[in-house]
Design a protein around this ligand. Structure first.
Ligand code: NDP
Length: 281
């Protein structure tokens, strides 16, 4: 039996329409949620990401600015600009597109963003707050994955969840959110021995490794929910996830596609974080 496909585009559309309604209510009170997106350098993938983020803001009625800086921008000048945006009342969210050029310390840059404007949720204050269950912002990708589970009314409490990937932006915060929702969570990384023994136990399997199609049907428990965060470009130019969609969809209970799965939800949760930052004013 083929799995239920969790349609990220449809869910994103629905959540964005709710965001647009809340945004216009806030605008009526004289507060227009504002997002500043900073890009340093000419990385082609980053150019597409920032354009999509700014367009998504405009579509829901938010204010946004996109600043493109040349790759030789100094760290001091980037920090100065962040400081100005921290003080700018029109701006409620600040996002610095990663990766940054090598001469800039991205950790220092993220720490320079005021935690109450850190809509990516990467600042240590927000990562720490997430750890103790009181986050100001949840990182956008894991937050979007939680919304996808919510959208199918999945009973997370008591479920066995396995997260493959332990990055600070996806794997670790994802595990925290699942744990807080009552799942029993295992986090796997590239050193995990007998990965399949873990994944076979998973009621919820979340994959964020950057390894194209690494999760195959024999690694999945029948009926499991499989969330594929990976975005990989194949030699033929097509996109694929970290899950072998065609084989896994025959065994999973529900699965997210790539493209059209987690990707659209990530930008949507950025909008939600920006809106919530403005609502807190
Ligand atoms: P990172 O490279 O930062 O982390 C990858 C993680 O996967 C590491 O913890 C690594 O282990 C682990 N890993 C790698 N290979 C294996 C393996 N064979 N078995 C088990 N674990 C493995 O990646 P990100 O978390 O930043 O991104 C992961 C993927 O998600 C990428 O494809 C990225 O493009 C995509 N992505 C998609 C987003 C979206 O909006 N849909 C947003 C962000 C990312 P170790 O710690 O041991 O190195």
């Amino acid at each position: 039996m083929s799995a239920k496909i969790i349609d990220g585009n449809a869910l994103a559309k629905q959540v964005r329409s709710e965001i647009a309604t809340r945004t216009s209510a806030l605008v009526a009170k004289g507060i227009k949620p504002g997002l500043a997106v900073l890009l340093v350098g000419e990385d082609p993938a980053s150019q597409v990401y920032v354009r999509n983020k700014v367009k998504a803001c405009e579509d829901v009625g938010m204010f946004s600015i996109l600043e493109r800086h040349s790759a030789d921008l100094t760290e001091a000048n980037l920090l100065k600009r962040i400081d100005e945006l921290n003080k700018d009342p029109q701006i409620h969210g600040i996002l610095v597109q990663l990766p940054l050029p090598k001469h800039i310390d991205s950790h220092r840059v993220i720490e320079a963003i005021a935690p109450e404007k850190d809509v990516d949720g990467f600042h240590v204050a927000n990562a720490g707050a997430l750890m103790i269950g009181a986050p100001l912002f949840r990182p956008c990708t894991p937050y979007g994955c939680m919304k996808m589970l919510e959208s199918i009314d999945y009973p997370i409490r008591g479920a066995r969840a396995v997260v493959i990937g332990a990055s600070n932006i996806v794997g670790k915060p994802m595990a925290m959110l699942l744990l807080q929702a009552g799942a029993t969570v295992t986090i796997c990384n590239s050193k995990t021995k007998d990965l399949t023994a873990h994944t076979k136990e998973a009621d919820i399997l979340l994959v964020a490794t950057g390894k194209p199609k690494m999760v195959t049907a024999d690694m999945v428990k029948p009926g499991a929910v499989v969330i594929d965060v990976g975005i990989n470009r194949l030699p033929d130019g097509k996109l694929c996830g970290d899950v072998d969609f065609d084989s896994v969809k025959e065994i999973a209970g529900a699965i997210t596609p790539v493209p059209g799965g987690v990707g659209p939800m990530t930008i949507t949760m950025l909008l939600l974080n920006t809106l919530e930052a403005a609502e807190r004013i």
